[in-house]
Design a protein around this ligand. Structure first.
Ligand code: MEV
Length: 325
């Protein structure tokens, strides 16, 4: 069977402040990055991914996203977002695939419907987490989570169990960020689980989570004022708190320390345990060199990219290495 391809793409993201504590309903600030994942789908006789047979039971995101599709699909996914790196590859894949599937079915959905689909896929695959990554990859630009009402436009609100996440649209700051990839793949689920176990065991861990929430609000106001000194200091403090929670590692610390002499601040970004760090700087080239010289891969990021969007051409480029179970 040869049918038509339907294609979409979504940006990766990086967290400026608030990862992990956002899982407990605390605030967070996230920007979309100028690196995207593309996904094309077409009706087929059997499920395939990037030209190879796909056992859909083994890929939880795709299994969730195709749960209401009664026929097999050929899927192509390509990516500039390193996977398992804290840059939102699974949320971007889920967002792009949700849109491509909708196009194939010919029905219209809202941004919020795509967030529900992408967050549903993430939750199904990880067994926990917040709708922060899904919201950032669907909406693009900049978003804040659970910042006490400051007049920013509310995009949507999502409740799961006893937690609610209120997502607002924030202006993309005119600031330079450099991401450093350790090259160590660290899936989100086990990191979220680690913090959950720690927070169940000790009030100390819960106090750290509260403190991350408090400094994220301070950081948000610094971001709004354009105060890079304060925001940078808060980012570095956040890295220390995340390290106490046990989600940093020596490779991340090495890249954070390499970036700090040329930065306002630096921290791990995403779920940690490997993956990426981010630095706020006026010297992106110097920070990039410092990251390279310590064995990391730097990306000088343009933040605030467009969210999930339709693509006219089928996905092409580097095949995304998607996680199988
Ligand atoms: C991962 O990008 C962010 C975490 O806070 C998990 C989540 O919010 O789902 C670690």
């Amino acid at each position: 069977m040869t049918s038509e391809w339907y294609s979409a793409s979504a940006p990766g993201k990086f967290v400026i402040l608030g990862e992990h504590s956002v899982v407990y309903g605390k605030p967070a600030i996230v920007l979309a990055a100028d690196r995207r994942i593309s996904c094309s789908v077409r009706r087929s006789d059997c499920n395939t991914i990037n030209g190879l047979p796909l056992d859909i039971e083994k890929q939880p995101h795709l299994r969730y996203l195709t749960r209401n599709t009664e026929y097999p699909l050929d899927v192509i996914t390509t990516s500039d977002v390193p996977s398992g790196s804290g840059m939102g590859s699974s949320a971007a894949l889920s967002a792009a695939m949700a849109l491509a599937i909708q196009l194939e079915k010919g029905c219209t959905k809202t941004e919020k419907d795509f967030v529900d689909e992408a967050y549903g896929a993430e939750f199904f695959a990880q067994g926990g987490g917040s709708p922060m990554d899904a919201s950032a990859c669907v909406h693009g630009g900049g978003i804040a989570v659970n910042i006490p009402d400051d007049g920013c436009r509310e995009l949507w609100s999502i409740t799961r169990g006893d937690r609610t996440w209120r997502i607002t649209d924030i202006p993309v700051p005119d600031m330079s960020f450099v991401i450093g990839n350790t090259g160590i793949r660290a899936p989100t689920g086990p990191q979220v689980d680690k913090v959950r176990r720690f927070s169940k065991k000790t009030t100390f861990a819960r106090e750290i989570i509260d403190e991350i929430g408090d400094i994220t609000i301070e950081g948000y106001h610094a971001l709004k004022r354009g105060d890079k000194d304060i925001l940078g200091r808060i980012m570095t403090r956040d890295h220390k708190l995340l390290s106490i929670l046990g989600v940093s590692c020596k490779e991340l610390n090495k890249l954070v320390n390499a970036a700090l002499p040329y930065s306002y601040g630096a921290k791990l970004t995403g779920s940690g345990g490997g993956g990426c760090m981010v630095a706020l700087t006026d010297n992106p080239e110097k920070v990039a060199d410092a990251i390279s010289s310590r064995g990391g891969t730097p990306y000088i990021i343009k933040s605030g990219s467009e969210g999930v969007r339709i693509e006219n051409e089928p996905a092409s480029g580097n095949a995304l290495d998607i996680p199988m179970r």
